[in-house]
Design a protein around this ligand. Structure first.
Ligand code: NAD
Ligand code: UDP
Length: 316
């Protein structure tokens, strides 16, 4: 595709910063919009000297007028600790953010991709999860500001497509990890790595038998970019995630092994509505965009651990 001017909302966050970098490397012009709630300038410092990169401090719950060809809408806190900090703001970010970005896409006839989530499946009763599963979500629980906000955003995306012919794409992202997650982010991969490197006990919530399928960030970027380039009548949703499922106990053991840590394990209460299991069915992504997972968990952790080692060295 010819070089485009691309807006990445949430571009200073974990996934967003990798996406900005990748799009710049492909020759595009990138506008990174962020309110720095969970993102940081540190994540994008290395991009600031690039003449094709621009940083905009803005909150997507308010309208904004920019001129772009494509929009990746990633702005939204993703860790349960962060999205539950101010649940009303989380809903506003997903819903009002989607309305503002869709309005902009409509005005510009731009393509727009929504970073949705496997959380729309809630605590799933169907396993693995396929895109046609409607999910099992508590609308009034602790996680609902995120789950329901993202579900409503999907509704808005489909309605703008059907009613206004906006060129939308919806990607349902499964648990993704990698360098530039915040060390105090609260998500399991960053928590375990930081705890292991500090030889502190690994905090397993519940008995650790619950499972997740962990995807390395580069695989996600490949899926998102390929999906953005699909024909206009392809809207998704499409699952992008790793098919290999691990229990939280297995993850803890692997992190301990790879860090050579002497950390013990401590069990803490399981958070409310914590999904018991989660694994994507990725046959649609495979068929549609020929997408496959490339980086498995062990290799992905080996790429991620040095980032946290360096971070902890700097802060000590
Ligand atoms: P993150 O918290 O690192 O990044 C989110 C970014 O959005 C941050 O830079 C934050 O400052 C910014 N932001 C939040 N609210 C904003 C607002 N109102 N206006 C402008 N910017 C705002 O999280 P991440 O893991 O990089 O997630 C990125 C996106 O991918 C999110 O939409 C998330 O829901 C989605 N997602 C992530 C995962 C995952 O496992 N990492 C899984 C499913 C979906
Ligand atoms: N978890 C854990 N210890 C931690 C952080 C999380 O055992 O220090 C568990 C959490 O209860 C959940 C799983 O790990 O079952 C994944 O949690 P995360 O917050 O990373 O993602 P999500 O629950 O949103 O999938």
């Amino acid at each position: 595709m010819a070089n485009q001017r691309i807006l990445v909302t949430g571009g200073a966050g974990f996934i967003g910063s990798h996406l900005c970098e990748r799009l710049l490397n492909e020759g595009h012009e990138v506008l990174c919009l962020d309110n720095f709630f969970t993102g940081s300038k540190e994540n994008i410092r290395h991009l600031m000297d690039n003449r094709r990169f621009e940083l905009i401090r803005h909150d997507i719950t308010r309208e904004v007028f920019l001129e772009v060809d494509q929009i990746y809408n990633l702005a939204c806190p993703a860790s349960p600790v962060h999205y539950q900090y101010n649940p009303i703001k989380t809903v506003k970010t997903s819903v009002m953010g989607a309305i503002n970005m869709l309005g902009m896409a409509k005005r510009l006839q731009a393509r727009i991709l929504q970073a949705s989530t496997s959380e729309v499946y809630g605590d799933p009763k169907i396993h693995p999860q396929k895109e046609d599963y409607w999910g099992h979500v508590n609308p009034i629980g602790k996680r609902s500001c995120y789950d329901e906000g993202k579900r409503c955003a999907e509704t808005l995306f489909m309605d703008y497509y059907n009613q206004n012919k906006v060129r939308i794409k919806i990607v349902r992202i499964f648990n993704t990890y990698g360098p530039r997650m915040q060390p105090d982010d609260g998500r399991v991969v960053s928590n375990f790595i930081v705890q292991a490197l500090q030889n502190k006990p690994l905090t397993i919530y519940g008995d650790g038998s619950q499972s997740r399928s962990f995807q390395y960030v580069d695989d996600l970027l490949e899926g998102m970019i390929r999906f953005m380039a699909t024909a206009e009548n392809i809207t998704g949703p499409v699952n992008i995630g790793n098919e290999n499922e691990f229990s939280i106990i297995e993850l803890a053991r692997l992190v301990r092994e790879l860090t050579g840590s002497s950390s013990g394990i401590t069990h803490l209460p399981l958070p409310e509505n914590d999904p018991v299991k989660r694994r994507p069915d990725i046959s649609y992504a495979r068929e549609l965009i020929g997408w496959e997972t490339r980086v498995q968990l062990r290799e992905g952790l080996e790429k991620t651990i040095p980032y946290f080692e360096q971070l902890l060295r700097k802060s000590s």
